[in-house]
Design a protein around this ligand. Sequence first.
Ligand code: ZN
Length: 234
Amino acid sequence: MKRSGKTLLPLTKVYYPCWNCGKKVEVEQRTITYRAFCEQCEKEYNEKKASDLKEYVRLKTIIMHERAMRILEKQKAEVYLYKEASEAVLEFAMQPGEKFSSSHEMVAAMELIRNHFKVKTQQSVGNYRVDFMLPELHVVLEVDGHLHKHSLVKDNERDIEIRKILGAEWEVVRISTKNIEENIDKLTDAIQAIANYKREVRRKHNGIIPEWYSARENNHYAKIIDKSFKRDFK
Ligand SMILES: [Zn+2]
């Protein structure tokens, strides 16, 4: 036994009122830090918690989908062309498990589905979770927010690991949320252009994007992609 200097009180049973109904509940600590429930209330409490969580996920998905539709409307996309894809994305998102982690991902999925691409979302690749896998293009698609440009070196390490697992024919393509907001109808062209560009860079560097490329050159590389995306697809 550890000598704590404190007097050890013998374990005595004490009673606390059920948090819900007030009925006496037997607990084994003098001071309890959790809410005590009687058997009946505990059952009800757990059922309510589970159904609340389900409802929360449902509403969160609906709101995320509504925001996705707003992203389409704001950039004046021909929204009726997205009707079927929009419904398919919502139906898919309602299934158990996290299918999308943002409205921007939902918009990207709508565009991909509308163009008849096979789409897998939120897939585990090794220790990583990727936003999209596009098996026909051998592309892992990541939809990145504005913080992305600060972590290019980390992205590079992630790419190496992902390609090690999926195969060298795969490329990771990152599309900024800004481009999702502004150029959604060019998404599939952009994905293919960027993937091809990356493959070309690799060909020139013995199949890899060299270490020295990551710091200074990677900024340059990101700029080229950004520029070509805007030039070709706006
Ligand atoms: Zn109770």
